[in-house]
Ligand binder design. Structure first.
Ligand SMILES: Cc1ncc(COP(=O)(O)O)c(C=O)c1O
Length: 448
């Protein structure tokens, strides 16, 4: 088959081989529909409520990077707990009355599936609080500055909440802005080179108390090499943690094997648990019984066996669960379970397999149909990205967004000129991607 592109990225090659396999040109509806027909995860789309689009069609929802859509199981799962509350009152906490999912262990009913999603052992994971709160809670244990080693290494363009959290931690310990050391992309480049992160760690590691990066950069969609960053940081005696907001449920994670000290995440993006819902935390197994950790604690971190004896001597639960402070919000964990059940059935391995193709499809359509109108700032190497591609527009991005929103597309814009597009393998199709790029192309042409 004749070459149909001139960029030859790994993503383009993936699509070329699929074109050869299915026998339709990539820029045809027939190709997209054939890919969807052969998708072994296709039934998962029916497990979700899509916000309505236009003409009685569901929206083309490409915003799982910001807020996932609602699983059809969410209402029944949450309703089940509300009904138990009506029926049992306080007794619903205990297995004697509420044997299937007693509320005392509400977090545990989705914890093991969550551990599988992040590549951790169940003892290394806690379902608790929300993301920025967890970042602070974990930094209380893992950011222990001294006058000679007090710096925090982070990415220059980190999500503001992370920057605020890190700055305020430094300030809390009596250090100023020089405590924050940032790594930026090189001049004229859009994302950070791993070797620049490693170099910063190697050169300044003696002064760095904590290395804190995101798993996936929220703006560019870059998937950081968390294994290499963890190894470099630990070799220099720094603690290392990750904010996995955009990585969890999106990219394959092996937190235990990578050896980072801690991580935290939200569950409302790719994990579809609902707006602002409960977060997750990882603490590596090597701290499982570490009595020297200076963590902040509450009664729910006390070991389960005698928590209700109400004694005043704190004896920690093993592992990450010792960081839980309050009893788990049952309606939140029920909504989360509606999604982790789907992830368990789909598996991250199969999701990543589809995601690589879906994002490559978006890439080749943007590169060819929208050539000279749109640039992709996300890494071209699929190993360095998740589902999201970040598109930069030469025309006014807000106007373009308005135009495609009116046509039933849901996606988001980040100032000054970026649109983040995240085809999510659990519920998006190749047809979604095909229709999105064609719609965008039509609207861009009208604006010329
Ligand atoms: C990378 C990143 N970090 C932190 C946050 C803040 O999350 P929360 O408001 O749940 O603390 C977000 C929210 O979108 C995010 O994308």
């Amino acid at each position: 088959m004749a070459a149909f592109y001139d960029m030859n990225t790994p993503g383009h090659k993936t699509i070329q081989s699929l074109v050869e396999k299915v026998g339709f040109e990539y820029n045809t509806k027939a190709f997209a529909m054939k890919m969807d027909e052969e998708d072994e995860l296709k039934s998962f789309r029916n497990e979700f409520h899509f916000p309505p689009g236009i003409d009685d069609k569901p929206s083309i929802y490409l915003c799982g990077n910001s807020l996932g859509i609602q699983p059809k199981n969410t209402v029944p799962y949450v309703t089940e707990e509300l009904e138990k509350w009506q029926k049992y009152g306080v007794e619903g906490h205990f297995p004697g009355v509420n044997p299937v999912r007693p509320w005392v262990t509400a977090d545990e009913h989705c914890r093991d599936d969550m551990a599988a999603i992040v590549g951790a052992k169940p003892v290394e994971v806690a379902i608790m609080n929300s993301l920025t709160v967890n970042l602070h809670v974990l930094m209380c244990a893992f950011y222990n500055p001294t006058p000679t080693r007090y710096k925090i290494l982070m990415e220059g363009k980190a999500f503001p909440s992370d920057k605020f959290a890190l700055q305020s931690q430094a300030k809390f310990h009596g250090y100023g802005d020089d405590a924050i050391v940032e790594v930026w992309p090189r001049e004229n480049e859009t994302y950070v080179q791993t070797e620049d992160i490693v170099q910063a760690i190697n050169e300044q590691g003696g002064e760095i108390a904590l290395v804190l990066f995101s798993g996936i950069q929220y703006y560019t969609g870059q998937l950081f090499d968390m294994k290499t960053i963890s190894n470099a940081a630990r070799a220099k005696g720094c603690k290392v943690g990750f904010d996995l907001a955009h990585a969890v449920g999106n990219a394959p994670l092996s937190l235990h094997d990578w050896g980072c000290d801690f991580a935290c995440w939200c569950t409302y993006k790719y994990l579809n648990s609902g707006p602002g819902n409960i977060g997750g935390a990882f603490v590596h197994e090597r701290y499982e019984n570490d009595e020297n950790l200076s963590r902040l604690v509450g009664w729910w971190g006390h070991r389960k066996e005698d928590r209700f004896e109400m004694e005043h001597k704190f004896i920690p639960s093993p592992g990450a669960q010792s960081f839980m402070m309050s009893n788990p919000p049952v309606l939140c964990t029920a909504a989360l379970r509606a999604s982790t059940d789907l992830f368990k059935a789909a598996t991250m391995e199969r999701l990543r397999f589809k995601s690589l193709r879906l994002t490559a499809y978006l890439e080749i359509l943007v590169d060819t149909l929208l050539k000279d109108k749109v640039d992709i700032i996300t890494p071209r190497d699929p190993v360095q990205r998740g589902a999201q591609l970040s598109l930069v527009f030469r025309q006014n991005v807000v106007k373009i967004h308005e135009a495609i929103s009116a046509k039933g597309v849901i996606c988001d814009v980040r100032k000054p000129d970026v649109m983040r597009i995240a085809p999510t393998p659990l519920y998006n199709t190749f047809l979604d991607v095909f229709e999105f790029v064609n719609l965008l192309n039509d609207e861009l042409s009208k604006m010329n």
